[in-house]
Unconditional design. Structure first.
Length: 228
């Protein structure tokens, strides 16, 4: 089955995270930039290790006030440095628990700006390369971002979104629009199946804070299993 990932370690609801873990294969754990601290990182990593879920780092703009969902003016070197710092922060926790980080996925607006601006995509990659050039980095399927990262020598995984609507150019619809999210499990599952069928996405995301995310993930998993 295609990889199902979820952005985690961003909420205080441990029971919700435990329920999400039942349906995913990869967890992207917030590591202190837009959200998360040592306690939440440890809690989420323990849940992932207990379920055999792969652990990824989820660095974003260091902006808790806006949850990393607005663009912050940062020089490329600053972006590379914060990406590296956040990954290392999570790595210290995960190693202590006997686990390893196997991928990196930028969060929120850092991800979206990386899609639009090559210099930001390169800065993200530079931070990842300084940590582990053999890791895999998740990015928007079909975007120039992936080509840049491949050219820099990174392993990439094209990512699709089951719970987000797209613009005609393949970018994600901004969250400022009321229809940016897909909250109907059937619609999300149909989109996940389509993304898998098209073959551009190697991993599909459902956000932990999307309303009904547990039901959405369950529907997506069932749809993807049925399509196999």
């Amino acid at each position: 089955m295609i990889d199902l990932n979820c952005d985690m370690g961003e909420l205080e609801d441990a029971a919700h995270e435990a329920a999400l873990m039942e349906y995913i294969t990869s967890a992207n754990i917030a590591c202190g930039g837009h959200a998360g601290d040592e306690s939440t990182m440890e809690r989420t990593a323990r849940l992932a290790l207990g379920r055999g879920v792969r652990i990824g780092a989820h660095p974003g703009y260091p902006d808790r006030e806006h949850f990393g969902r607005i663009e912050i003016p940062m020089a490329p070197e600053e972006i590379a440095a914060t990406v590296l710092e956040q990954i290392r922060r999570l790595e210290a926790v995960v190693r202590r628990l006997g686990g390893t980080i196997v991928h990196v996925k930028p969060h929120g607006e850092l991800y979206n700006v990386g899609v639009r601006k090559p210099e930001v995509a390169r800065a993200i990659a530079e931070g990842v390369l300084r940590w582990n050039p053999a890791t895999t980095i998740f990015g928007l399927a079909g975007s120039r971002m992936l080509e840049i990262w491949r050219e820099m020598g990174l392993n990439v995984a094209g990512e699709g979104f089951a719970d987000r609507r797209y613009e005609p150019d393949g970018t994600l619809r901004s969250r400022k629009f009321p229809d940016a999210l897909i909250t109907d499990p059937r619609e999300a599952a149909a989109q996940a199946a389509r993304l898998a069928r098209e073959g551009k996405a190697q991993t599909i995301c459902v956000h932990s804070d999307t309303p009904g995310s547990v039901e959405i993930l369950k529907a997506c998993r069932d749809s993807l299993l049925y399509k196999e």
